[in-house]
Design a protein around this ligand. Structure first.
Ligand code: GTP
Ligand code: MG
Length: 318
C-alpha cells in the first residue's frame, strides 16, 4: 500500500504490480469506448460503426462537443480512401487533440528557491496521494523536496501527510487543525528558502462548507506566494478524478477561472470507464496534463504521454 489513508485498496496484487502496462490499467475505458468495434482486417469505417462509436463516446461522458469533433474528423479521414486500418485512422484523429496538452512538469533551475507546487482540487480526488507520489518522483530526479500541510480543515489530513513524510524522510511543515492554511504555506516557503530546498509542494483543503468558501480560500492561498516573494515561481496543479466524468471538466473550469490552473493531474484512470474525459479536457481547456494516476502505488503516477495513452486505448482486443 502506498501509505496514505486506505479508503479503497488495490484490487488485486497483479493489478498493482509495477509491470502492469498502461493498456491493462485503461482496460475499462478502452472496452467501453472501442471494445469489439474495430478489427485489424477491416479497411473502412462504415456508418454503422460510426454511429455505434458516437453512442459510446457520449455514454462515456466525453461530451457532445468533443464527440461531434471526433466523429466529423473520422468521417473526413475515412473518405480519404486511405489504406490504413481503422485503428490507425482513429489514432490520426485522436492524437493531435491530446498531443497539445502533453507538456511535462519541469522544475526550472532558479536562484529564488523554492519552486512552489500548489496542489488543489475538490475533496477526495487524490490530492494528498498525488503529493506523495510526486515528492518521491522529484526526489528521484535529484530535487530536494519539502511539503506543507495546507489542508488544515480536516485534522486527519495533516496527520496523513506527517506520517507519510516521516516514513519517507521528507520534512512536512504543519500547524494545528483549524489554523490558517495560507499561514502554513507561508511558513513552508520560509523554511524551504532557509534550507535551500528546490521544491515546496503544498496540500490544500478540498472540503470546505461550500464551493464559495473553497474558492475564497483558494484565492487567499494563491496570493500567499506573491506575498512571500513577488518573483516566486510556481505551478498550480489541479487534481481531477477521472471517474467523475463531466464533473471533472466543470471543476477544471471553476478552478481555472478563480486561480488559473497551470497543469492537471488526472487520477484513478485505472478504476473507471470514463477515462475519455481526457479528450474533453484537452479540447475545451487546453491546459497541460502533467500526470495521470493509474493506481495507488508511487510508480502509478505517470507523466502524460499522448501517443502512449492513445496506443493503450486502441490495443486490439484478441
Ligand atoms: N485506484 C486509484 N486510486 C487512487 C488514485 N489516486 C488516488 N487514489 C485513492 O483515492 C483516495 C483518495 O485520495 P486522497 O489523496 O486522500 O484524496 P484527497 O484529494 O487528498 O482527499 P481530501 O483530502 O479528502 O480532499 C485514496 O484511497 C487514494 O489511494 C489512482 O490513481 N488510482
Ligand atoms: Mg487530502
Amino acid at each position: 500500500m502506498f501509505g496514505f489513508k486506505k479508503k479503497s485498496g488495490a484490487k488485486n496484487p497483479a493489478e498493482s504490480s509495477e509491470s502492469a502496462t498502461l493498456a491493462e490499467r485503461l482496460k475499462r475505458t478502452r472496452t467501453g469506448l472501442f471494445g469489439g468495434l474495430f478489427s485489424r482486417n477491416k479497411t473502412v469505417i462504415d456508418n454503422a460503426t460510426l454511429e455505434e462509436l458516437e453512442d459510446r463516446l457520449i455514454l462515456a461522458d466525453i461530451g457532445m462537443k468533443t464527440t461531434d469533433q471526433i466523429i466529423q474528423l473520422l468521417k473526413a479521414e475515412s473518405k480519404k480512401n486511405s489504406t490504413e486500418n481503422p485503428l490507425e485512422q482513429l489514432k490520426q484523429v485522436l492524437l493531435p487533440a491530446l498531443k497539445q496538452v502533453e507538456k511535462a512538469l519541469t522544475i526550472p533551475d532558479i536562484p529564488n528557491k523554492p519552486y512552489l507546487i500548489l496542489v488543489v482540487g475538490v475533496n477526495g480526488v487524490g490530492k494528498t496521494t498525488t503529493i506523495g507520489k510526486l515528492a518521491k518522483r522529484l526526489q528521484s530526479e535529484g530535487k530536494s523536496v519539502m511539503l506543507a500541510a495546507g489542508d488544515t480543515f480536516r485534522a486527519a489530513a495533516i496527520e496523513q501527510l506527517q506520517v507519510w513524510g516521516e516514513r519517507n524522510a521528507i520534512k512536512v511543515i504543519a500547524q494545528s487543525h483549524g489554523s490558517d492554511s495560507g499561514a502554513v504555506i507561508f511558513d513552508g516557503l520560509k523554511s524551504a528558502r532557509a534550507n535551500n530546498i528546490d521544491v515546496l509542494i503544498a496540500d490544500t483543503a478540498g472540503r470546505l462548507h461550500n464551493k464559495d468558501n473553497l474558492m475564497d480560500e483558494m484565492k487567499k492561498i494563491h496570493r500567499i506566494g506573491n506575498k512571500f516573494d513577488a518573483d516566486l515561481q510556481s505551478e498550480v496543479l489541479l487534481v481531477l478524478d477521472a471517474g467523475t466524468g463531466q464533473n471533472a471538466l466543470i471543476q477544471a473550469k471553476q478552478f481555472n477561472e478563480i486561480i488559473g490552473v497551470d497543469g492537471i493531474v488526472l487520477t484513478k484512470l485505472d478504476g473507471t470507464a470514463k477515462g475519455g474525459i481526457v479528450f474533453s479536457l484537452a479540447e475545451e481547456l487546453n491546459i497541460p496534463i502533467r500526470f495521470i494516476g493509474v493506481g495507488e502505488q508511487v510508480e502509478d503516477l505517470r507523466p502524460f504521454n499522448a501517443a502512449e495513452f492513445i496506443d493503450a486505448l486502441l490495443v486490439a482486443e484478441s
